[in-house]
Ligand binder design. Sequence first.
Ligand code: SAM
Length: 308
Amino acid sequence: MLAEREIESCYLGQFIPLHYHHNMLMDSRRMQGFRAAIEHAVFPGAKVLELGGGTGVLSWFAAARAEKVWCVEFNPDLVNEARRLLSRNREGHKVEVVHADAFDYLPPEPVDVVICEMIHVGMLREKQVEMIESFKHRYHARFGGRLPVFVPEAAILAVQPLGQEYCFEGYHAPIVQFQEPTGIASGSIEFAAPSVYGILDFSQTCDSGIQWQGSFTMEQDGTVNALRFITKNILAVLMAQGTTIDWLNHYMVLPLPAPLQVMAGDTLRVSFQYRAGGSIPSLQNSLDAEVLPRASMSTHADVELMHA
Ligand SMILES: C[S@@+](CC[C@H](N)C(=O)[O-])C[C@H]1O[C@@H](n2cnc3c(N)ncnc32)[C@H](O)[C@@H]1O
């Protein structure tokens, strides 16, 4: 009989299959971003903890400078894989792979840097927010003092209305789609620029409850039938250079409950709510959108002016 958290873990993608981890190793945008951010955050002699170490690659990046790295992983297949791969890499011996639930584990001594990549677009499915909040409470209770630096340091969440093609060789299927964030997505028409609906600063308390109500002014006529969710992870803030090292998740495009005809100048009102770590359908089921035609907006404005 699986414990409740294990059941949830299986369904919500905490146990990502091994081949998916190999794809993550081959994702050069992700790898280069994390490598640069970890090189920036980890100073020579630092103590580092990684929560959810997978193949061990991010811990290994840290080991280039760190004195010691604890790499906590829950999935036994990945514990073995991380140990196997680390033993084949120089400095791999500095990484201690710990088979434990990162929701319970604390390192034996204070650490300077904590790496945690349990990130899915919108902070859905994986437990990044819950994990970091749990860690901060337990760490503070055990060691007090300053919190370590987190990699990533923060995340910016945005949403954008789209007209999305849902015809697959003649078969109409409004499905969830993921898009490469680099380059122009074919089959997507953008009706307005993205709007930021959340900023998570992991050095501060982050609420798992995410909700948004906002509006977009339509830039052209057409049919809006989807929302694109964008997640930019701020892996490191380079204060001296006045810049950041970022990693964009794949964009996620969710179909709206019904397509909406819009004209340029109309207002599209959108609302949704979900919990960080929740499922994609939980967000999908909360999506609501309505069009306020330009004329009705000016009537509202006129009424407000009359009352002013
Ligand atoms: C997205 S993967 C990232 C793996 C690795 N850090 C990397 O960047 O390649 C997230 C990892 O966290 C692990 N994980 C999820 N929940 C965990 C938990 N409660 N305790 C320890 N590891 C966990 C998963 O098994 C998975 O290996």
